[in-house]
Design a protein around this ligand. Structure first.
Ligand SMILES: NC(=O)c1ccc[n+]([C@@H]2O[C@H](COP(=O)([O-])OP(=O)(O)OC[C@H]3O[C@@H](n4cnc5c(N)ncnc54)[C@H](OP(=O)(O)O)[C@@H]3O)[C@@H](O)[C@H]2O)c1
Length: 329
């Protein structure tokens, strides 16, 4: 009996040591800077803690916030070395203590604090949902940050309702492409802006009025909307106040709105209301084919620099995704 117990303990110690020393391929940032600081190398495989799961990452979405973090411009929270990436889709590999929502082998997608650009990533189980059946891993990885932001802005903060009108600034980007579709599902009339090359996309996503900002001022077309979602930049934010109706919402995700101007126009701009993960709701919408995902470029993990160069232009159509592994081991 004693021999058997010693054997089991030894096995456990060896397994733990192996797991802790296991390596994976990842993109690591050792110093803040341009896309060239993204290094493809070996890194220690993370371990799930309480209420966390370890996911074998099949694909990771790329977001503007990843580029700010890489450059050291995202608050004091980032410590080096860091593995960027907040969007993942993959297969549950290991369950941390107390985590009960998923089992090993489940196909999932979700938000991680960082660490997405890697073969394995740890996620809080509350930030993860089962992958929609209709989406492959690449398309699922494009969803979490952008769609969640659009949902928080339009649904949880502006309470957009049927019959209302909304202007989506930057309608062809990651957030905007989901925002147009979510607004249509809510029954709103949608105005959306993008450049000439993306007018077709705005229409395809359901915009009632597509505005080409290179040819037309949105102020000449849009009047008295209930909501503006500002996802384009400071210049359009500055010009958006007068098109919102009194009492309406100017929701900005590109920086805070000016309090004096909000008062002057009698409009509101609360911070994003964040009430749990909307991914389960979004999964239903994807599976019902009410919304879709626009991925315009799929790159390998070792091409993360190229992905950041494109995302850094702030003129990305839909999303860029890093394909990290095959679905089958
Ligand atoms: N606060 C948050 O929680 C949060 C979360 C996610 C994102 N964000 C921020 O929100 C912004 C948008 O994010 P994203 O992921 O959607 O970015 P993105 O994918 O780079 O998309 C930006 C879009 O803006 C369009 N655009 C550029 N200039 C424009 C203009 N003058 N008028 C209208 N559209 C214009 C571009 O279309 P064209 O190529 O046609 O110009 C592009 O499709 C970024 O600044 C990001 O950092 C904030």
């Amino acid at each position: 009996m004693k021999t058997k117990l010693t054997f089991v303990i030894t096995l456990f110690v060896i397994a733990t040591a192996l797991a802790q020393s296991a390596k994976m391929k990842a993109i690591v940032v050792h110093q803040f800077g341009g896309p060239e600081v993204l290094q493809y190398e070996d890194a220690p495989r993370p371990q799930p803690k309480e209420n966390e799961i370890l996911v074998r990452v099949i694909a990771a979405g790329v977001n503007p916030v990843d580029t700010y973090e890489r450059a050291g411009k995202f608050g004091p929270s980032a410590t080096l070395p860091l593995i960027p990436g907040r969007d993942i889709a993959g297969i549950v590999e290991e369950i941390g203590t107390g985590a009960t929502k998923f089992k090993k082998g489940d196909a999932v997608y979700g938000n991680v604090r960082s660490g997405g650009y890697a073969e394995f990533a740890v996620a809080a189980e509350k930030d993860v949902a089962l992958k929609p059946n209709v989406l492959d891993f690449v398309h699922a990885a494009a969803v979490p940050v952008a769609a969640r932001t659009a949902w928080y802005a339009l649904v949880d903060t502006a309470h957009l309702a049927g019959g209302q009108t909304v202007l989506i600034q930057g309608g062809s980007g990651g957030v905007g492409s989901f925002a147009i579709q979510i607004a249509k599902v809510r029954g709103a009339k949608v105005f959306a802006t993008a450049s000439t090359a993306n007018q077709d996309l705005l229409k395809e996503l359901g915009a009632d009025v597509a505005i080409d900002y290179t040819k037309q001022k949105f102020e000449d077309v849009v009047k008295d909307v209930d909501v503006v979602l500002e996802a384009a930049g400071q210049e359009t934010l500055e010009r958006s106040y007068p098109v919102v109706k009194k009492g309406g919402f100017l929701i900005s995700i590109v920086g805070p709105a000016d309090k004096t101007k909000l008062q002057q126009y009698g409009i509101q701009s609360p911070p994003l209301a964040i009430s749990g993960s909307p991914l389960p709701e979004l999964t239903k919408l994807f599976d019902a084919k009410k919304i879709k995902v626009v991925v315009t470029q799929t790159l390998r993990l070792d091409e993360a620099q190229k992905a950041h160069e494109q995302v850094g232009t702030h003129h990305t159509r839909g999303k860029i995704v890093l394909k990290i592994a095959d679905e089958k081991k």
